[in-house]
Design a protein around this ligand. Structure first.
Ligand code: FE2
Length: 292
């Protein structure tokens, strides 16, 4: 594998990231989570991950195959981690990047997926794929609908199964498979992230170590009018949502998507009201009669 990815410090302008993504489809952002935030997040995750069975099964054999039986997968992270809900989810790095990459295509973005993927010894390379292919009904070509990333929660090394990404593949015709020398290995220190477009080919690498766990978090965002892969309304208890920062509440889907100014309409209303307002004044979660 000889391909490489562009690299930028996380505090570089969002426009520089958007340009790198447009040109290469993927970019490494260094220092997204600082050392203190990283430590507190990992401390919170340690006991949760220790309780997860890597061989658990999912909703279909296809998903079982995709994740394999050597990966501890924590979904719905906002329901489990205060550090995630209060600091990682609403991190300004992602706010600015989402604005730059997805802002023109929507009135607001949503968290699509936040999953910790703790890839254990023997975890095989994931099928290389494009994340946006879950929306198979979306006509192509189309403007970007998704911004994805994998945050390294430990140092990502090739033998530990660092994420693989194929620079330039966001522009390839469908069906073109990458040659080995077109695949880059996103080696990076803990706290950095590989950021990529929904149309960029990528996948988790093989964990060839005998005792190392490659702990990373997939975090991706989509335009606010697209159905998200994870159902955050049902996955995050309302009592938790109530305590989160406003930005995190919005990303979990509680802000109505208001495209009136663009000639569109509202999505995600409750009783034709903005759920954020109902959340703020305590009327969300009760009966329709109680809201009036
Ligand atoms: Fe993926």
């Amino acid at each position: 594998m000889t391909a490489s990815l562009p690299q930028l410090p996380a505090d570089a302008p969002a426009a520089a990231f958007a340009k790198a993504l447009d040109e290469h489809g993927a970019v490494i952002a260094h220092g997204v989570l600082d050392a203190d935030l990283l430590r507190r997040f990992n401390d919170e995750l340690d006991p949760i991950l220790a309780d997860i069975d890597p061989a658990r099964s999912y909703l279909s054999p296809a998903i079982d195959f995709f994740y394999g039986d050597r990966v501890r997968q924590l979904t719905g992270v906002a329901a489990h981690s205060r550090v995630f809900g209060e600091e990682v989810l609403c991190h300004p790095f992602y706010r600015d990047l989402c604005d730059a990459v997805l802002g023109e295509q929507c009135a607001g973005v949503l968290l699509n997926v936040a999953q910790v993927m703790d890839r254990g010894p023997g975890a095989k390379q994931q099928l290389l794929h494009r994340d946006e292919d879950v929306w198979v009904h979306l006509p192509r070509p189309h403007p970007e609908v998704q911004l994805a990333s994998v945050i390294a929660l430990v140092d990502f090394r090739e033998e530990l199964g660092a994420t693989l990404a194929v620079p330039g593949s966001h522009r390839w015709e469908r069906g073109r498979e990458p040659r080995p020398d077109e695949i880059a290995v996103a080696e990076m220190p803990a706290g950095s992230a590989v950021v990529y477009l929904g149309s960029t080919i990528h996948g988790g690498g093989t964990n060839a170590t005998s005792d190392g766990w490659r702990r990373g978090m997939h975090m991706s965002f989509v335009v606010g009018w697209l159905r998200t892969e994870e159902n955050h309304y049902l996955g995050t208890p309302l009592d938790v949502v109530r305590t989160l920062p406003e930005r995190s509440q919005e990303l979990l889907g509680y802000r109505a998507h208001d495209a009136i100014a663009a000639g569109g309409g509202y999505l995600g209303t409750v009783d034709l009201l903005d759920p954020m307002e109902l959340l703020a004044d305590g009327r969300l979660g009760g009966s329709a009669r109680e809201r009036r």
